[in-house]
Design a protein around this ligand. Structure first.
Ligand code: SF4
Length: 374
């Protein structure tokens, strides 16, 4: 499939203002991929909106992995975070939004593979490995290119459309986590996705290196998150130390004192320091994320707090949403419950009231990772 297939959005036929809801074809792919695009009279904007909403309805927690600078290892962090979540038993997808450097196909060993288009949309490539119950689902522009070395020279309108396809046209299926490998910077792609995902469970992670030149850019990304009220779970410091292969001693290429002070000032946690490691680099090149290839190794241990932070955030979000729903239900049903209690025999009323209070105060249970494997 050629990327040249993307075309500026067709405004579609005039809509009947009396229609309560525009008709939809029910197809799981975008109109740009549709053999009937030329002749279809349905409202294409409605189709795209429905498509995106239906995908997002099946996704629990979205994690955007950001970096305000290229070359800090953001894609490595994304791949290993996704693999670490999968190793915990979750159903995980990886959306490669890095248009100019779509590397997730390499990190998951599917370079050169191409996407298939079905009635339900574009099929993500599945990555299976020992230690994960549910294959990771990977969606990337790399699967849609005619050649892997074709450069992407798109104007913003095309990039905007691709971000919609990435979420809406890939058949993600039900997922506990969707990890999005963002392009570096706070440009068009980030703003498009932030707008698209507003109102859904989205949190951000920031990958950086402990260099002053990266720090300055990273703080811009922090500010973006704060201004957009996008929860920032913390910073992942990549290339944060080296173990000498000869003597086993550790040393740091970049002093991290400035980074630590700057993060403290903007009240952002440093979640992890990932070492600069040949095993990490070769795992990425071989398409075997190190957290799966060597789960007991120092690199996997370094990633563990990042995985834990994402799980904790998702559980907290679930618990808050469930508590909110329960309170809403209780408040709607309040009058009826009071009437029912008034009907109860007087000697049982206190006990019933206590049982009801226990029920409403019971914290809802966050998702159980083991449940995903059952
Ligand atoms: S052009 Fe779009 S709305 Fe029409 S049938 Fe194809 S996918 Fe559906």
């Amino acid at each position: 499939m050629s990327v040249s297939h993307f075309s500026p959005r067709d405004p579609g036929p005039a809509r009947d203002p009396l229609a309560l809801a525009p008709e939809d074809c029910g197809r799981g792919h975008a109109c740009q991929f549709c053999p009937q695009e030329e002749t279809c009279g349905l409202e294409k904007g409605h189709h795209e909106k429905r498509l995106i909403e239906s995908r997002l309805a099946g996704i629990g927690q979205i994690i955007m992995v950001m970096a305000n600078k290229g070359g800090v290892g953001k894609s490595t962090v994304s791949a290993n975070l996704a693999a670490g979540l999968a190793a915990r038993g979750y159903r995980v997808g990886v959306a490669d939004a890095d248009i100019h450097g779509p590397n997730q196909s390499r990190f998951f060993g599917c370079v050169g593979e191409r996407v298939r288009l079905g009635e339900q949309g574009l099929a993500p490539r599945a990555f299976a490995a020992d230690g994960i119950a549910h294959p990771l689902r990977v969606g990337s522009l790399a699967f849609m290119m005619e050649r892997d070395d074709t450069p992407i020279v798109w104007r913003d309108a095309y990039k905007h459309d691709f971000m919609h396809h990435l979420i809406g046209s890939f058949d993600w299926g039900p997922l506990d986590f969707l990890v999005i490998d963002m392009p570096p910077g706070t440009g068009n792609e980030l703003i498009t996705l932030a707008d698209l995902l507003e109102g859904h469970d989205v949190a951000a992670l920031l990958a950086t290196t402990p260099q002053e030149v990266a720090l300055m850019d990273s703080l811009k990304a922090v500010r973006f998150c704060q201004e957009r009220q996008l929860p920032l779970l913390g910073v992942v410091e990549n290339m944060a130390g080296v173990t000498c292969p000869h003597c086993g001693g550790e040393f740091h290429l970049f002093p991290r004192a400035h980074l630590a002070a700057a993060l403290a000032e903007v009240e952002v946690d440093s979640l992890a320091q990932i070492p600069l490691s040949p095993a990490l680099a070769s795992g990425s090149d071989r398409g075997q994320p190190i957290v799966l290839a060597a789960p007991e190794g120092p690199e996997a241990q370094a990633f563990a707090p990042v995985v834990e932070a994402c799980v904790a955030h998702a559980r907290q979000g679930f618990a808050e949403a469930a508590a909110h729903s329960l309170q809403a239900l209780a408040s709607e049903a309040g009058d009826a419950l009071e009437a029912a209690l008034a009907q109860a025999p007087a000697e049982q009323r206190d006990e019933l009231e206590a049982q009801l209070a226990d029920l409403l105060n019971d914290a809802p249970r966050p998702p159980d990772p083991d449940a995903a494997t059952r």
